[in-house]
Design a protein around this ligand. Sequence first.
Ligand code: SF4
Length: 375
Amino acid sequence: MKVTFPHMGNLYICVKGMLEYLGIEVTMPPKTSKRTLTLGSKYGPEFACMPLKLNLGNFIEASELGAETIMMAGGCGPCRFGYYAQVEHSILQDLGYDYDIVVLEPPDKSITELTSRVRQITGKKSWWKVIQSIRYGYLKSRAVDTVELLSFKTRPRELLTGETDRALNQALKEIDRAQTVEELKLAEARGSEMMQDVAVDSNRRVIKIALIGEIFTLLEPFANLNIERHLGRLGVEVDRSIYLSEWINDHLFMGLLKGIRSTKEYCRNASPYLNHFVGGHGLETVGSVPVYAKQGYDGVIQLFPFTCMPEIVAESLLPKVSAAYNIPLMTLITDEHTGEAGMITRLEAFVDLLERKQYQNYQGARSQELEVRMS
Ligand code: SF4
């Protein structure tokens, strides 16, 4: 059985590591590309959101490499993600791709529904080994997040353009190659060193922007047109409202690991504007704006794919939240027609606006200080 699953940024490093820990053969689709999107858009429903189209393209490309079984997450609404797996499987069958599919989703009636699906992938491996593999996947996600976070700091300050990307790619390769917990610890330490070795101008004044919104678009560079890289090169230090390890702790470990940022804080902060689940991460998106404003961020960018229902709900509330917390906001919606050059122009304009605001605040603070000194 050759198992495959769709790409979502660097998630493949964790899931592949977890499956290989169990001795399961993994056939990864090539990294998401224009071809992936072309295939997905050709065969997917026109009004489906972009993640469905990219998933579909990934599965077609993985099948060309010999993949036989799809492993996918499922859900229970209210957004369309709940029936993605079934729709994608039907389309693949119509196209003649002979895939088995295992959907891991919250059970309808009893937990045995879920455990029997897990068994379809893991076979007779002991539950202890399965738990160990999940822990291993989580450790990989922590390592990925560690080096990514360092890249957010170095990219806007790097002395040689592109050095951060080079170091980050190398660090991620090392983390991906690690086969045991010991090797992984070494890879994470080496990766962190590589990131810290990037030559930077630590006195450079940077703008801080938080990226919030739909999880797939936030994590998949192809879907967000490499927004983190573009912002970094414009002198922006970014943060994301969602990281893989935090998501795993919140959703798979039920927040059992302490001292790790949780999206629950966003939900608490959303309550004056929205106090119920609207699917996806719509609620968290609304609540993340007050959190970032309180942390002194200069601006917020909401990202989501065209037709994403939970983020459309959030989008309608965000102008109110942004005004209440005096934090500038921009919304970027992507689909297969979005061009990178157009997006860069919008980013440049937004960063320009934030720089001016930061300068005005600085001048205001300086003149107040002078007034105090002279009085
Ligand atoms: S959250 Fe949005 S993008 Fe993701 S599956 Fe739901 S509707 Fe599509």
